[in-house]
Design a binder for this molecule. Structure first.
Ligand SMILES: [Fe+2]
Ligand SMILES: [Fe+2]
Length: 226
């Protein structure tokens, strides 16, 4: 049996990976033919500033789960605790808006340059234009919740409408846009975008941001040239 020092995985990963890591990868069945863990380690080893690799497609997917969970939390909350409902909704509204704005700043411009149309999308322009349109619809639905009296029937209807708009959008984004990006963007770019996206959200999470609708066609024109 080869020692970590001369294991063939070392040639793939590079000289910076510690022997214990190589032993563990080998024991998990990793081969030099490129399992994802090995490729990620090679990327991290070649990038001394990174302590680990993230992936914008995983970050977005994870936050979609958080959004679903927060809608579920509202449904389970005591209906007479309007102060609590208001606070929960405010957190969710901030997440929805900073998430959509972060995607428009960091994810969709890169998808537009690299994508080819994922899943059942006709092409990358169509999937990107749809996403910008959907984000506007979600913003409208969030505004309608804000205009209603917390805990009233109208408020719950508006929350349900926001859930429907957001659920429809997330399903399409996961099926088309994230798929397209996984196929056409390498892990280094996916890591860099994850850092920018999370940084933007962390900087704005406490107070939220002013929602700004975008004209989908103008947005595409502007970002295709950049
Ligand atoms: Fe999203
Ligand atoms: Fe989105």
């Amino acid at each position: 049996m080869s020692s970590p020092g001369d294991h063939p995985l070392r040639a793939v990963i590079g000289g910076h990976c510690n022997p214990a890591r190589i032993t563990r990868l080998a024991s998990e069945g990793a081969s030099p033919e490129a399992p994802q863990a090995v490729r990620r380690d090679r990327f991290v080893a070649a990038s001394p500033g990174y302590v680990g690799a993230m992936d914008i497609t995983e970050v977005i997917l994870h936050q979609h789960m958080e959004q679903r969970r927060m809608f579920a939390m509202l449904e389970e909350w005591p209906r007479d605790d309007t102060e609590g409902l208001s606070a929960l909704w405010t957190r969710l509204a901030i997440l929805l808006e900073t998430h959509a704005e972060g995607e428009e700043r960091y994810f969709y411009p890169e998808l537009l340059h690299r994508g080819e149309g994922g899943g059942d999308a006709d092409d990358v322009e169509e999937e990107t234009e749809d996403a910008v349109k959907d984000h506007n619809k979600i913003r409208d639905a969030v505004r309608r919740v804000g205009d209603a009296q917390v805990g009233s029937d109208g408020w719950w209807e508006a929350v349900t409408d926001a859930n429907v708009e957001n659920s429809d959008h997330m399903a399409e984004e996961e099926r088309q846009d994230l798929t397209d990006f996984r196929l056409h963007a390498d892990l280094a770019l996916r890591h860099d975008l994850a850092v920018k996206f999370l940084r933007f959200e962390a900087m704005t999470a406490a107070r939220g941001i002013e929602p700004v609708d975008k004209d989908p066609e103008e947005w595409i024109e502007e970002h295709q040239g950049s």
